[in-house]
Design a protein around this ligand. Structure first.
Ligand code: SAH
Length: 401
């Protein structure tokens, strides 16, 4: 596997993105393939004149034909290469000093950590791995061994159940890959708040780790103390638990998942809070917000943290209409001076476009909206400058008049 037997030769003039260190090489840039690389094999990428550009792994079944790993002709892609990249990811996380207040965070953020197709999250003494590509699939045993050596977890869960695996020709996998199985509900700590997480069944790898810093920002006591708070798309409590910790008077959680909401309610109890005033509403967020509008209810602070609306370029227009409707509805429920924290995790919708959508919603709702803070994914989900696609989460904290 470590010897490279195939070369990908680019069409003349198509080397720019590779020279700019973008880690994806699309099929359209490829002139010809020399050798007969199998899915997941290492290949060299050469320009039209036969000059070395980069090394990566190949998949003929994906439009992203090669994912690039190294631009250094002398760098061998052997076991030590994978261990080295993981060590660097570990050093970066150690520098963030998240522990001990936070025990769950992202260890490896795929392309942005120089490891295309690989995501690893840490949940206390357990790790959760997602292998999203054929190239990573082929290296999985090496990677599992390295994870065990570097972090010595009690167990490693594999949640390779993302839809993108289908594009790579890979089956869904949901299993304990190494060590012990996690408890059904594993308790983690985020900024000293306790959350129960189900690693084998929960969304993503179990928890929305990317919102950690935003939960803190939005629920600052200045914003939330003694306020009423509407936590729309609540999942297992997230923003709502931070709001309680910071003095919210009353919290209403909305989610379509009954199971997520019952975990949210357990999470409140787990932190020792008694909150008979809070509400948990299972249902469609749009319907519930419309009902609030029709019955003229209001909330001092509202968070909108919907799931991804745009999965491909085709979805973008429809997704924008969805975001606009949602924000328009929420704006109508805020008193003058109220706060709206609104998010989009659709990578295909840029922060600029999302801001335009919010503008449209504000004009239609007849409200004046001031952005008081722009929000993004946490520092354990770094964005690589050469790979702007790694910036997917955007949000605005707004004062609404
Ligand atoms: N804010 C959460 C994460 C939200 S993820 C946190 O901080 O942890 C998006 C959530 O939206 C999921 O829990 C999903 O169950 C829920 N959801 C998806 N579609 C919905 C809909 N139409 N109405 C209400 N909730 C929905």
């Amino acid at each position: 596997m470590h010897t490279i037997t195939a070369q990908i030769i680019l069409k003349p003039g198509r080397e720019k993105s590779v020279l700019n260190r973008h880690p994806w090489l699309f099929s359209g840039a490829i002139g010809r393939v020399e050798g007969s690389p199998q899915p997941g094999d290492l290949v060299q990428v050469l320009d039209g004149n036969g000059r070395f550009l980069a090394t990566g792994y190949f998949n003929p079944n994906s439009q992203i034909r090669v994912r690039l790993l190294s631009w250094n002709v002398d760098e061998r892609i052997d076991d030590q290469f994978w261990v080295g990249r993981l060590q660097q990811a570990r050093r970066h996380r150690q520098m963030l000093n998240l522990e001990p207040a936070t025990t769950a965070y992202r260890l490896v953020n795929a392309e942005a950590d120089g490891l295309p197709g690989l995501i690893v999250d840490k949940y206390g003494d357990f790790l959760v791995l997602q292998s999203l590509t054929m190239g990573i699939e082929r290296q999985k045993e090496t990677i599992l061994a390295a994870l065990n050596q570097l972090w010595q977890p009690q167990g490693i869960v594999e949640r390779s159940d993302a839809d993108v695996r289908q594009k790579e020709g890979l089956p869904r996998l949901n299993r304990v890959a190494s060590g012990e199985p996690p408890p059904e509900t594993l308790v983690i700590q985020e900024n000293d708040i306790l959350f129960g997480v189900n690693l084998l069944e929960g969304h993503k790898s179990g928890f929305y780790l990317d919102q950690r810093e935003n939960r803190t920002a939005v629920t600052h006591p200045h914003h939330i103390a003694n306020k009423t708070f509407l936590n729309v798309f609540a999942y297992t409590g997230g923003f709502g638990l931070y709001a309680i910790a910071n003095g919210a008077r009353q919290v209403t959680h909305i989610d379509s998942s009954y199971d997520a909401l019952s975990l949210a309610e357990q999470n409140v109890a787990r932190n020792g809070w008694q909150r008979p005033q809070d509400e948990y509403l299972a249902g469609d967020a749009f319907d519930i917000l419309r009902h609030y509008r029709d019955t003229q209810q209001s909330f001092d602070v509202i968070v909108l943290d919907p799931p991804k609306f745009a999965h491909s370029q085709r979805d973008v227009d429809r997704a924008c209409r969805g975001y606009k409707d949602l924000n328009w509805l929420a704006l109508r429920l805020l008193p003058p001076g109220g706060l709206l924290a609104t998010f989009s995790c659709s990578g295909l919708i840029s922060a600029d476009l999302f801001q335009k959508v919010l503008f449209g919603a504000a004009v239609d709702a007849g409200r004046q909206v001031q952005i008081i803070q722009t929000l993004t994914q946490g520092p354990d989900h770094p964005v690589l400058l050469t790979f702007p696609e790694s910036a997917y989460l955007k949000g605005f904290l707004c004062r609404v008049w």
